[in-house]
Design a protein around this ligand. Structure first.
Ligand code: SAH
Length: 387
């Protein structure tokens, strides 16, 4: 058997322990040594434990913002850019943003949620979102996604309780890598996240949701969390705000989400609603949202999971993006809209805005510099925009 010191290092980033053991075996390294190295990388935060070696992109910027529940930290990692076409244009790195968000639970226990990016920029073009203004630069690899967890855990030194794919990018536009990252993140010998503590959030790509429906029926995936960014009360407004809706209507979305709920054993799907004054905050809009949500509530009530079980609908006050045509809603506007929704019998959570002044709140990721860069074509062959 070869001595581990003699072989070229292997990166266990985005590998499960078994995958790493197998890769090491091919180099003649025994499983005991491989498991030990894997443990050192993930549990002890060591980047180089022969035969394991990982490269974690440098953190080039960190912004802290105090909130009522603790300090929200946005950190920026700089990744070498593998795309030579862009390098030729003088762009040889990508900045990836992640946010660590503190939350106080009902019991008073403090937890930390890591908001990860799945792409640099985004191709979905939602009118209210900062990231959309950058266009899509590229999709991240599973290694780069897991690297964000590693940096939060072992460089920032924060124990991460939950992961949400709500940073830059549309995870369903990069599903292979997102799945591969989650496989690693949920390895008990590695990051050790519970499947139920990971949530994928989407604009509503129905093709991607169909793939998720298959995936959650495979071993260990059933409890994967899901969130949909609805953001509009009807197709007309949704078409205007979110180009993806011109391809798949709200009815099609509702259908696939109900199918998903079925195969996930009734587990709730978080519906996100960014409240933009003058756009989607009328009394009439609240009624339309409630109507669209009704089939989801039925199951909820039948399962005896009513109030106190957490809301089905998350209302997020709009955080103005740069050069925004709309203001943030006032406190009264938010309260009023939430009140209407509740009158319709909806279970509503009000999401507190965190990190707005450091541009790390929802929909505000995307730095001024990278924003100036140009679009690259979609990485998937499926069309996502209006036909
Ligand atoms: N593409 C995925 C993942 C990004 S999550 C998705 O859209 O779900 C980003 C979340 O922030 C989404 O719910 C989105 O609707 C919301 N968001 C985007 N721009 C926002 C803004 N300016 N203010 C508040 N929330 C915003």
């Amino acid at each position: 058997m070869a001595l581990a010191d003699d072989i070229p290092p292997i990166s266990p980033l985005a590998m499960t322990r078994q995958q790493f053991v197998d890769a090491c075996a091919q180099q003649g390294v025994g499983s005991g040594r491989a498991k030990d190295a894997y443990h050192k990388v993930y549990k002890e935060g060591i980047t180089h434990a022969q035969p394991a070696r990982i490269t974690i992109p440098e953190i080039v910027n960190r912004l802290d913002e105090p909130t009522t529940e603790g300090i929200t930290t946005k950190f920026v990692q700089r990744f070498p850019n593998p795309n030579h076409r862009l390098i030729d244009k003088g762009i040889d790195f990508d900045d990836i943003e992640s946010v660590i968000i503190p939350m106080k639970g009902r019991s008073g226990r403090k937890t930390h949620t890591l908001c990860v990016s799945s792409q640099v920029g985004c191709a979905m073009g939602c009118g209210f979102c900062e990231t959309a203004q950058m266009g899509l630069i590229r999709s991240l690899s599973a290694e780069e996604i897991v690297g964000q967890w590693w940096a939060a855990r072992h460089i920032e030194g924060v124990h991460i309780d939950n992961i949400v794919f709500m940073g830059m990018g549309e995870p369903l536009d990069n599903l292979d890598e997102v799945f591969r990252a989650i496989e690693c993140l949920t390895d008990q010998s590695g990051p050790g996240m519970a499947m139920s503590s990971i949530t994928i959030s989407t604009v509503g790509r129905v093709d991607g949701l169909r793939r998720i429906k298959e995936q959650v029926q495979t071993h260990g995936w059933r409890k994967l969390g899901l969130a949909l960014s609805l953001n509009a009360p009807n197709d007309e407004i949704r078409n205007a705000l979110m180009p993806v809706n011109r391809k798949w209507t709200m009815q099609e979305l509702q259908d696939i989400l109900l199918e998903l709920r079925e195969v996930r054993g009734g587990r709730k799907i978080m519906i996100e609603y960014v409240l933009i004054p003058g756009v989607n905050n009328d009394r009439e809009h609240a009624a339309q949202v409630a109507e669209w949500m009704r089939p989801f509530m039925k199951g909820q009530i039948a399962a005896g999971k009513q109030r106190g079980h957490g809301g089905l609908l998350n209302v997020i006050p709009y955080n103005p993006r740069r050069d925004s045509p709309w203001p943030a809603p006032t406190e009264e506007q938010v309260e009023e809209f939430v009140g209407w929704l509740m009158k319709h019998g909806l279970f509503v959570n009000r999401r507190r805005t965190k990190g707005r002044s450091t541009m790390s709140a929802c929909g505000q990721l995307g730095t001024a510099e990278i924003r100036k860069r140009k679009f690259v074509p979609l990485t998937t062959n499926q069309q996502t925009d209006a036909d």
